[in-house]
Write a protein that binds this ligand. Structure first.
Ligand code: FAD
Length: 418
């Protein structure tokens, strides 16, 4: 029986634990908080938590999902019926708890256990150093297999702008956004027009006097924002009371919000784990998950712009097929060749390092590759199709897209009923 360590009890960790148990692994999940759900657990806290750890969740009050629930469940466990497709974060969290209860996962989770270090031993097993937060003790465990499921929406990327130190207002990151109330009567500059920047512009404009969304999209977002929202190109520098933009204009602001994304970080991984992470490019990995240098360690959940929960389950089944020897893992040379081919395809499309794990429109091909390679149950093609459709709706009509209602008809087809 393989001893499997899962780091994190968010959606990825739950999928890893459930599938590990199904293949008769002896599963232990370490979770630093006292709950399952990761991102989906709302907290008022920002900065550090009561144990001095960085607050993990970037969840804000009243958040509705930005994907329809029809593609946000695990493949074998639907989200309980409700008419709406875009559900509240609380409902998503309740669903993850239901999943954990249904598959008896909570008894495998050591809550308030923070993983401090993961290092390989000479016999290809792993030593895991854990801080038990409740009794303030450090404990050492040994495992055959490691699944890293610590998420990647928790450590802000903070860009540098000339003049930043002179700016007299508040500078925040979307990680610290909780609700629009504190921005009543403020003039707010939002830097970045990814999903968080667009959503925050929409939310904060309900209270702020004026919101400016600075972006470098090739085309301005088509969304109709409220009339107090304007769009600007890139920020060139910050000033004492505002910012200068690439179009030569200057504006005053009382708050600057960086919606500039998150860093992938694995602070617990020792230098000899075989993994490096540079500008969100984690390598060397086979199929974006298995550590090629030490294939008894894998990451669940690195790819983004995906149907996350569906993919977590597929990646966990893919990795376990090889890691529990149900199928022989390719040689190191074969995995390196496969990985280089995959990455070269991406670089030739003009992808940058920070897009090394971006899937988007190609996610369907990735899912198919995983299931074919490991000879496991595939994801339904309709999942990727609906993701691609609803993502375009998000970009085109941010204010109304959440009123859409979808139904999945069969493995290939969905309809938009409203
Ligand atoms: P997380 O949910 O981040 O879980 C990681 C877990 O690991 C946490 O519980 C954390 O406490 C634990 N952990 C971390 N480090 C350690 C350690 N050293 N020791 C022990 N435990 C540790 N996705 C969608 O599909 N639809 C959406 O609508 C959507 N909306 C989003 C809105 C926001 C504001 C954000 C930030 C993300 C959103 N996402 C959405 C993405 C979402 O984060 C993923 O879909 C998914 O929930 C991530 O799951 P995860 O398990 O990979 O990571």
């Amino acid at each position: 029986m393989k001893k499997l360590c899962v780091i994190g009890a968010g959606a990825a960790g739950l999928a890893a634990a459930k599938n590990g148990l199904k293949l008769n692994c002896d599963v232990t999940v370490f979770e630093q908080s006292n709950a399952v759900g990761g991102t989906w657990v709302y907290t008022d806290e920002i900065g550090k938590d009561k144990y001095g750890l960085d607050v993990h969740s970037s969840m804000y009050k009243g958040l509705h999902t930005n994907l329809p629930k029809e593609i946000m469940s695990f493949p074998d466990f639907p989200i309980p019926y409700q008419e709406k497709s875009y559900i509240l974060a609380e409902d998503m969290l309740a669903y993850l708890n239901l999943y954990a209860d249904n598959f008896k996962l909570k008894e495998k989770i050591k809550f308030e256990h923070h993983v401090v270090r993961v290092r390989p031993l000479i016999d290809d097993t792993w030593e895991v150093l854990v801080r038990d937060l409740k009794i303030e003790k450090y404990l050492i465990y040994n495992f055959d297999l490691i699944f890293i499921c610590n998420g990647h929406y928790h450590t802000p990327i903070i860009p540098f702008y000339e003049g930043k130190n002179f700016f007299k207002g508040k500078i925040l990151h979307s990680h610290d956004y909780r609700c629009p109330d504190p921005f009543e009567n403020e003039t707010v500059l939002i830097i970045g027009a990814g999903p968080s920047g667009m959503d925050l512009a929409n939310e904060i404009s309900k209270k702020a006097t004026r919101v400016t969304l600075s972006h470098h999209l090739p085309e301005p977002p088509k969304t109709q924002f409220k009339t107090n929202v304007d769009l600007k190109p890139d920020v060139v520098k910050l000033t004492e009371d505002g910012a200068a933009f690439a179009d030569g204009t200057l504006n005053t602001f009382s708050v600057v919000f960086y919606c500039t994304g998150y860093k992938y970080t694995f602070p617990f991984l020792s230098f000899d784990s075989g993994i490096t992470c540079d500008d969100n490019f984690v390598r060397p990995l086979y199929k974006h998950c298995i550590n090629i240098n030490r294939p008894t360690l894998a990451f669940i959940g690195l790819p983004f712009y995906v149907c996350a929960t569906q993919m977590f389950d597929l990646q966990a089944r893919f990795c376990l097929t090889f890691m529990t020897d149900k199928k022989k893992i390719p040689s190191k040379t074969e995995m390196i060749e496969d990985s280089e081919k995959e990455m070269n395809k991406r670089w030739s499309k003009g992808f940058k390092k920070h897009q090394a794990h971006l899937m988007g429109c190609d996610q369907g091909k990735y899912y198919e590759d995983l299931s074919k390679t490991a000879e496991i149950e595939p994801l339904k093609p309709v999942i990727a199709k609906l993701h691609n459709f609803s993502s375009l709706r998000f970009l085109d009509d941010l204010t109304n897209f959440r009123q859409d209602i979808f139904r999945i008809i069969d493995d290939e087809t969905f309809i938009k009923v409203q």
